[in-house]
Design a protein around this ligand. Structure first.
Ligand SMILES: C[S@@+](CC[C@H](N)C(=O)[O-])C[C@H]1O[C@@H](n2cnc3c(N)ncnc32)[C@H](O)[C@@H]1O
Length: 264
């Protein structure tokens, strides 16, 4: 067995590869590696440009460790803002347990975080990418059900009209801008996780259009979007019959459109 790389050697290697937070990353890699060979391979992958979370096999999200498999979207810190908004809304929902749908779930991070914050929930999650679905099933485990398919298509009909919180962090990068993303996203995350079509709003519009059929009266749809896209997202929500508002976190540089299905 080769001698293990020291933490300072890992820092030097990561710094040379351009990792800005080399010290923090080295600490995580050294803690995660099971053997010296394992550590050397992990450092090679990280220095070769793989996202830290794919090398570690997990990401921290809302204080939880979420497994993230190769190719699967790494949950972003900014999306914690959407979760916080959803938690605040669910706390006001009389339904018990709260019915949560995490659409475009990727690793399942949003649903898992909502379940952790809200206590017992009825959790459903879905994604079109089989790798994401496998990953989400590991994270969600017995806490809910993960379906594979296009948006609402794979969901059971029994869920119609019952969803209190519909959290959907959809892909929202305009197609032409995918090429401008950092390599960690562009190369190592699936294109379907990033590309939102011509103006980045294709999936969001479809989610908004379908939401009234699945939301309970008084239920909420929450999506993350960009500043430029927010007015168009608001129009899509309103066009679908939801009453929209925009909430912003300057701290996390996050914009979330929240729409309520008015109680009839
Ligand atoms: C931006 S990622 C977000 C993943 C996760 N919600 C998160 O925040 O970490 C978007 C996800 O949407 C999924 N997706 C894209 N188009 C979809 C569709 N038509 N139906 C279901 N899922 C879709 C992708 O596979 C990807 O996992």
């Amino acid at each position: 067995m080769p001698a293990s790389l020291s933490e300072s050697a890992v820092v030097t290697r990561l710094r040379a590869a351009g990792c800005v937070f080399a010290e923090d990353e080295a600490r995580l890699l050294v803690a995660e590696a099971r053997t010296p060979d394992d550590l050397a391979a992990m450092v090679d992958r990280r220095a070769g440009g793989f996202p830290l979370e794919h090398v570690l096999g997990w990401a921290e999200f809302c204080g939880l460790r979420i497994a993230v498999d190769p190719g699967v979207f790494v949950p972003r810190r900014r999306t914690e803002f959407l979760v916080r908004q959803a938690v605040a809304l669910a706390a006001r929902t009389p339904a018990e347990p709260t019915v949560v749908l995490d659409l475009c779930c990727g690793s399942g991070a949003l649903g898992v975080a909502l379940a952790a914050a809200l206590g017992p929930v009825e959790l459903h999650a879905a994604d079109v990418d089989p790798a994401a679905v496998r990953c989400a099933r590991r994270n969600v485990a017995a806490a809910g059900t993960v379906y594979e398919g296009d948006l609402y298509d794979p969901l059971p009909a029994t869920l119609r009209g019952r969803v209190d919180v519909l959290a959907a962090n959809v892909p929202y990068v305009p197609a032409e801008e995918v090429a401008l993303l950092p390599a960690e996203a562009r190369v190592h995350e699936a294109r379907v996780a990033l590309d939102g079509g011509d103006d980045g709003l294709d999936v969001l519009r479809r989610v908004a259009a379908g939401a009234p059929r699945w939301l309970a009266p008084g239920g909420h749809l929450l999506v993350e979007t960009s500043e430029r896209q927010a007015p168009h997202a608001v129009a899509a929500f309103a066009g679908a019959g939801l009453v929209p508002r925009v909430v912003v976190s300057a701290e996390l540089y996050a914009i979330v459109v929240v729409g309520i299905l008015p109680p009839s």
